[in-house]
Design a binder for this molecule. Structure first.
Ligand SMILES: [Zn+2]
Length: 127
């Protein structure tokens, strides 16, 4: 991959990471604002809100992990290569999904496998 492309991806990831860290900070901040005198309905709503925030946070930290992984791959020079076959991943594909670690043919292969695994499960259920 060209150096200018790497620099571009690095900037994208850094910006995304900052955005996520900010989101997580906002989520945490909101969590701390919890008045003590609540009736039961308030409490129930607060519980729902709390679990939604936890879900949001776990999704953010999942994305954050992928972004940090991509940044690490940029540093060690393995970014843009397929994890499975070591071929270069198409730039177009990386632009669409910057955190991807598989080239399109390995990805399709993986999807076919997981589809047949799911199909296998379904067949077992029918039997
Ligand atoms: Zn591949």
């Amino acid at each position: 991959m060209r150096k200018t492309d790497l620099v571009k991806f690095k900037r994208i990831f850094t910006e995304q990471r900052d955005q996520i860290l900010m989101n997580v900070a906002v989520i945490d901040e909101n969590l701390m604002v919890r008045p003590e005198d609540k009736d039961e309905v308030d409490q129930a709503n607060a519980d729902i809100e709390q679990s939604m925030r936890m879900q949001l946070k776990s999704r953010e930290s999942f994305t954050l992990k992928k972004i940090n992984d991509s940044l690490r791959r940029i540093e060690d020079g393995s970014y843009g290569r397929c994890d499975s076959c070591d071929e270069y991943i198409e730039l177009r594909r990386l632009q669409a999904r910057p955190t991807t670690t598989l080239c399109i043919s390995c990805k399709e292969e993986a999807e076919k496998m997981s589809a047949s695994v799911m199909l296998g499960h379904r067949l077992q259920l029918v039997h």
